[in-house]
Write a protein that binds this ligand. Structure first.
Ligand code: ADP
Ligand code: MG
Length: 245
């Protein structure tokens, strides 16, 4: 299945009755099959934006169209989360009492027969280079290996969009580079659109395009170089822009 187009239009999101303005008029487009990195200081709204695109939360205003569907107005967001998007987080969120093979099957517990699920889970573990560890439990795997299992799990239902929130944030730089290599391979193989949050410049450099955020808004590359050391003030009105690295 081909990658999803993502259109974010004039999205706003605040928390705590408006006291925390996490996103201020954010607009961006990601083309099908594009690998885009989203960077910016802690607290600038990167995770909030990813969560809205993944329909884990709803914006206060604006629209988010993924593969032609406005995900802010879904009747069945859980179906969208299960079938259209895959999530990878900084901390893998694997179930420690399940083996790697069982963890990868969790998103497939929708009536599919066990033999069918297991075959698919094996294919996925093979794809992420962990075929030999299918019986291993997460605590016995390295950080990079756990993240590979998490990626295999995210790919279980052939998502058209992969949302990865600091997937290399807890890894050393070599392991992080390998995870990025894996994500690039996924994109090549399946055409999956990938939106990746990272604070690692080496990781961002592997993306086709880098979007920078500050104070709940996207900033353009030139502005960002001037203010790159600025702290993050979530209530500060930001500038709308788009950075083509
Ligand atoms: P980033 O991922 O860039 O570090 P976040 O999107 O997590 O930033 O957070 C943006 C701002 O919104 C921060 O000020 C954060 O404290 C606030 N925030 C995020 N989620 C919530 C929430 N559920 N309740 C209250 N404030 C939140
Ligand atoms: Mg975050």
């Amino acid at each position: 299945m081909s990658g999803a187009q993502v259109d974010v239009r004039h999205v706003r999101k605040s928390f705590e009755d408006g006291r925390i303005r996490a996103l201020e008029d954010v607009s961006l487009e990601v083309a099908p099959g594009e690998l885009v990195a989203l960077t910016g200081p802690s607290g600038c709204g990167k995770s909030t934006l990813l969560n809205l695109i993944g329909a884990l939360d709803r914006p206060d205003a604006g629209e988010i169209v993924v593969a032609g569907e406005d995900v802010t107005r879904l009747e069945n967001p859980s179906r969208y989360r299960a079938q259209t998007v895959g999530f990878v987080f900084q901390f893998h969120n694997l179930i420690t009492t399940l083996t790697a093979l069982e963890n990868v099957q969790v998103p497939m517990l929708d009536g599919r027969r066990r033999a069918v699920r297991e075959r698919r889970a094996r294919e996925l573990l093979d794809e992420v280079g962990l075929a030999a560890r299918e019986r291993s439990y997460p605590p016995t795997l390295s950080g990079g290996e756990r993240q590979r299992v998490a990626i295999a799990r995210a790919l279980a239902n052939e998502p058209r969009l992969l949302l990865a929130d600091e997937p290399t944030g807890a890894l050393d730089s070599d392991t992080g580079a390998q995870i990025l290599e894996l994500l690039r391979g996924v994109r090549e193989e399946h055409g999956t659109t990938i939106l990746l949050v990272t604070n690692d410049d080496a990781v961002a450099a592997q993306a086709e395009r880098v979007l920078r955020m500050r104070d709940g808004a996207l900033v353009d590359a030139a502005a960002n170089t001037v203010v790159s050391s600025a702290g993050c003030k979530p209530a500060h009105p930001g500038v709308l822009g788009r950075a083509d690295s």
